[in-house]
Design a protein around this ligand. Structure first.
Ligand code: NMX
Ligand code: MLT
Length: 576
């Protein structure tokens, strides 16, 4: 933490920098808030540096920076709205990066110097590149070349036909976007970089017991490579370090308003998903990508580096924020309610720590959390949450803005909120059936649900045409850990009855259960009984998939998304 004197000094430095350019205010934010203290390119942890030497370093740096800025401005004013990418990207109209070296112009050299200085203010992790980040960086040229070749060879070939039914039916079945991290097959189910869920359970290293840890999945999604034990551990340490730093800073620095103040200002009864999405937006001020973009010093080829930092920060922060929401707004028992920032145990894995922060430290519950956070992470790109994140991100909105949009979609009852609806429905069934789970009474209960105009929550899918493999692996978990749970027995009975009832309607394309039909039963068994929180857990997990792809989308230079829409009159005229 910088002392009060150091902060005051930082303010003065910023005032000095803040003439005629918005870059100055951006630097102020970094100077007054940042932990690292910078001198001639060395980063010293703010907490370990004495405040007087910090002030000296800041002043020296500011003087150098001011001198260099003046020099840069003499050459040409550079702003984010200027066509500042053209020198690095001769063919900037193309969606994928084009090659072609050019001698840097005077203007771009000036911008580079400016950028070098700006970048020194970013967190240690942004500068000391992790092995994962370096690996991603080393893969980018080949990936871009592969995509470029694909376009060059097959750019004008067709991948399908679009019918009026597809246009009018939620774009179902239209191949319309690139999404690398996972692929869904109607009959095989989901594959994460080619691996099924049982394969993940078998192959991903870093396991504490049987279930994979989400850190290993994140590595796989980002690199298309099964990590080693060491690689998983390095990523775990990185993420937990980010989580711990975030929680400690928010808990200890009363002088700065933070996301937890924003959440405390909301009524306790605000839906947890609304709180999570609002929290994402409240943290957007921390976006390194947005600050770099506003500084006008970032090249297009560097976007992904700051998206990466934001994405990993967000993945690390979300469980802390979610645990806070749970304790404050969801738990019924007053003794467990708390409006304190949760304490992160950085020696644990992300899922175990999440479970512990929520107040469930048992090994079984931690194991369930690992499974839960792994299997909900990704479901190719067309689902509402992934697509919304992808779409918003394509406008170069940062990960906080983009993922908040994804969460808003996840909060809908036909998508992620279905897990909440399932538990409500199961409780209703328990109350109505009073322990009589005979085939006839259960069938009547399901038919009555349809008659009342509701969908059967947890059943059906836009793409799948079989029982969701995510349902199957949760069922396996239940058979191992809670075979005698009464609600699990009801869920098993429903699995025998519901598909036939849905088939009998003659319109449901997929009568089989999806992921949401099972998750709540497991959670309530271990004491997480507040179903209005379930979608938040889905969101914490989904960040892993959506944000992995967001990093890759910027790394590979994807285009802004802008499909064509038509009016119904346009369609009618076309077929007249
Ligand atoms: N219960 C009752 N009716 C259903 C169900 C269901 N579980 N599933 C589909 N239908 C209906 C659907 O409403 C539609 O009716 P209509 O023509 O009157 O509008 C008809 O069957 C055809 O729909 P489909 O083509 O089978 O399904 P679609 O791709 O449109 O929708 C879902 C997919 C998942 C939105 C739909 O199956 C559903 O509403 N399921 C229940 C909610 C749910 O479990 N959602 C979670 C999905 C997984 N996730 O986590 O996101
Ligand atoms: C998901 O996990 O996103 C859901 O199964 C919905 C979908 O894939 O459309």
């Amino acid at each position: 933490m910088l002392s009060a004197t150091a902060r005051r000094n930082a303010k003065e430095i910023s005032a000095l920098l803040h003439h005629r350019r918005r870059g100055g205010s951006f630097l102020l934010a970094q100077l007054s808030a940042a932990a690292p203290v910078v001198s001639d390119g060395d980063v010293v942890s703010g907490s370990s540096a004495s405040s007087s030497s910090s002030v000296g370093r800041l002043s020296t740096f500011a003087n150098n920076l001011q001198g260099r800025r003046n020099e840069a401005w003499k050459e040409e004013d550079v702003g984010p709205s200027s066509s500042s990418f053209s020198s690095s990207f001769p063919s900037s109209s193309s969606s994928l990066f084009e090659g072609g070296a050019r001698r840097p112009s005077r203007r771009s050299r000036a911008r580079d110097r400016n950028r070098d200085n700006t970048q020194r203010f970013f967190s240690t992790s942004a500068r000391e590149e992790s092995a994962l980040k370096s690996r991603i960086e080393s893969q980018i040229p080949d990936e871009i070349a592969r995509l470029k070749q694909l376009k060059a060879k097959h750019g004008n070939e067709k991948v399908g036909e679009v019918t009026v039914n597809m246009v009018m039916g939620g774009m179902r079945g239209i191949v319309g976007m690139l999404y690398e991290t996972s692929l869904l097959d109607a009959n095989d189910g989901i594959r994460f970089r080619g691996l099924t869920i049982p394969e993940l359970q078998e192959k991903l290293p870093g396991k504490r017991d049987r279930e994979p840890i989400p850190e290993a999945l994140l590595f796989l999604l980002l690199t298309n490579k099964v990590p080693t034990e060491e690689e998983v551990e390095a990523l775990r340490v990185d993420l937990m370090g980010r989580a711990e730093k975030f929680a400690k800073e928010c808990a200890n620095d009363a002088s700065k308003k933070n996301v937890f103040d924003v959440l405390r200002a909301l009524p306790e009864e605000t839906h947890p998903m609304t709180q999570l999405s609002a929290a994402c937006l409240a943290m957007q001020n921390d976006s390194q990508f947005s600050k770099m973009y506003a500084s006008g010093t970032m090249k297009k080829t560097e976007y992904w580096k700051y998206i990466y930092e934001d994405a990993l920060d967000l993945i690390a922060k979300l469980p802390v924020v979610a645990a806070f929401i749970y304790k404050r707004s969801c738990v019924k028992e007053a003794a467990r309610k708390s409006s304190e920032v949760p304490t992160v145990d950085a020696s644990l894995d992300l899922a175990a720590n999440f479970s512990q922060m929520m107040g469930f430290p048992s090994n079984e519950c931690k194991e369930l959390m690992r499974l839960y956070l792994t299997i909900h992470a990704d479901h190719e790109g067309g689902n509402v949450s992934a697509h919304a994140t992808h779409l918003v991100g394509s406008a170069l909105s940062d990960p906080y803005l983009s993922f908040s949009a994804g969460l808003n979609g996840l909060a809908g009852p036909l998508h992620g909120l279905a897990n909440q609806e399932v538990l409500k429905w199961l409780k209703e069934a328990q109350e109505t059936l009073k322990g009589d789970y005979s085939a006839e009474t259960v069938k009547t209960f399901v038919e009555n649900t349809l008659k009342s105009g509701r969908v059967v929550p947890g059943y059906g899918h836009a793409v799948l045409r079989r029982t969701d493999p995510r349902y199957e692996c949760q069922r396996e978990f239940a058979l191992k850990h809670l075979p005698d749970d009464e609600m699990f027995q009801l869920v098993s009975r429903l699995y025998e009855i519901v598909p036939d009832v849905l088939k009998a309607t003659g319109k449901v394309q997929n009568p089989w259960p999806n992921v949401d039909a099972h998750s709540g039963v497991l959670l309530q068994h271990f004491g997480i009984k507040e179903e209005n929180f379930y979608t938040v857990m889905f969101g914490v997990s989904r960040s892993i998939g959506c944000l992995s792809q967001l990093i890759l989308s910027r790394a590979h230079g994807y285009a802004i998304e802008r499909p064509k829409s038509v009016t119904s009159a346009w369609l009618e005229q076309k077929f007249q």
